[in-house]
Design a binder for this molecule. Structure first.
Ligand code: GLU
Length: 416
């Protein structure tokens, strides 16, 4: 596949897949299967707004591959959650679950909507209807949704409740639930915590002492806010964070604990005392040790890649760097820890939640966090060794290994 700017998101993920497929010497037929999706469901979701109007939303659940286990992946509520984007995200889940070696395949769901314009009761109604519309293709051993952008534990509680009306109490149908409904300790923090674990590993390899390391984090949702909080608690200097309202900067470091309180009150990071307001694009181009995009895709592109000044880029978000930008960063010596490894902490603890639900048992938080770190550290080691041995990037290594594992499972099942 030819490298070009403005690739659609699914083509962009497949660009990395095809390179891995070549390394693994996959046949054309096998490449055809793994570069496509298994099943795509598009549903209409009529919702009666609080003012009496009927609004019809469009939603998807896309199942990419289940060779290694049930489909797994989040549900995103965002205007950009269109078919091609959800396909890209579904395929990333296949490679993500494979590289961290948890027994799942890959899927993603989404509704093209801006939930910030809706009341809680409208969101509940929309979630319940969406759950019903996709209920014939999900299942606790078929396809297990979870939170993603603009969805959270409450969304999962509504999904579990709605699914349970037809199928009986089934907590393991979704992960990322509230603790009171069978959620796992440590799940909410897991993606952000995982990003910081990978950041620490990479800094160590690069020989950068952790003292005074500066970090800029784009996005202050679940991933960004937890990453900022964990990094701050470990003594890293979080100099900039952002949300939809803009970014804030303080070269001496931001007190993230206090910022969390400010954000809870005002629903914005902008205006936090002692910080200067900058733009999201200025944040991306800051002269920092670590940059962590932790919001939406495609924020580092051909347009700004040669102005990126960080030494290490941790992909907290899914596909934040386009393929051309990835090449520019590599050529300029910026180390990139790819999404399928960097942000896999969330789905790892989702797996722990699922197993706890099936056993009807609960692990304590320390146990969850230790197991999370062990899994991420071993995945990182394997990817790193492959990259060293083959003189390639961490992304090329992660994709090559993930494709190898999925291909092996599909061969054993007999369909490749
Ligand atoms: N939405 C998260 C991701 O992109 C978590 C998915 C899950 O836990 O199933 O990895």
């Amino acid at each position: 596949m030819e490298l070009r700017e403005n690739m659609d998101p699914f083509d962009a993920v497949n660009y990395f897949f095809f390179r891995a497929a070549e390394i693994n010497k996959l046949s054309d037929a096998a490449m055809g299967v793994l570069s496509g999706t298994y099943r795509e469901l598009r549903v209409q979701i009529p919702v009666r707004r609080d003012n009496g109007d009927l609004h019809v939303f469009v939603g998807y659940r896309i199942q990419h591959n289940a060779a290694r286990g049930p489909y797994k992946g989040g549900i995103r509520y965002h205007p950009s959650a269109v078919l091609d984007e959800v396909r890209a995200l579904a395929s990333l889940m296949t490679w993500k679950t494979a590289i961290v070696d948890i027994p799942f395949g890959g899927a993603k769901g989404g509704i093209e909507v801006d939930p910030r314009q809706m009341s809680q009761s409208e969101i509940s109604q929309m979630t319940r209807r969406y759950t019903n519309q996709i209920s014939h293709i999900i299942g606790s051993h078929r396809d297990i949704p979870a939170p993603d952008v603009n969805t959270n534990a409450q969304t999962m509680a509504w999904m579990m409740d709605e699914y349970g009306k037809r199928h009986g109490h089934t907590p393991e149908i979704v992960t990322g639930k509230p603790i009171a409904l069978g959620g796992s300790y440590g799940r909410e923090a897991a993606t952000g915590r995982g990003c910081v674990i990978l950041m620490e590993n990479a800094l160590k390899e690069m020989g950068v002492a952790s003292d005074g390391v500066s970090v800029a984090i784009q996005g202050f949702g679940n991933v960004g806010s937890w990453a900022a909080s964990v990094a701050h608690a470990l003594g890293y200097k979080v100099v900039s964070v952002s949300d939809v309202n803009g970014a804030i900067y303080n070269g001496a470091g931001i007190d993230v604990q206090k910022l969390l309180g400010f954000h809870a009150e005002t629903d914005s990071v902008v205006g936090f005392p002692g910080t200067e307001k900058i733009t999201n694009s200025e944040l991306i181009e800051l002269d920092v040790d670590v940059l962590m995009p932790a919001a939406l895709g495609e924020v580092v592109t051909q347009a700004n890649a040669d102005r990126i000044r960080c030494k290490l880029l941790i992909e907290g978000a899914n596909h934040p760097v386009t393929p051309i930008a990835d090449k520019i960063l590599t050529d300029r010596g910026v180390k990139v820890v790819p999404d399928i490894l960097a942000n896999a902490g969330g789905v790892i603890v989702s797996y722990f939640e699922w197993t706890q639900n099936i056993q009807q048992f609960r692990w304590d938080e320390e146990d969850v966090n230790t197991r999370l770190a062990n899994r991420l550290n071993s995945a990182h080691l394997v990817v790193n060794d492959f990259a060293d041995a083959n003189n390639c990037t961490l992304r090329e290594a992660a994709f090559a290994l993930a494709v190898q594992r999925v291909t092996e499972a599909a061969h054993l099942r007999g369909y490749l």
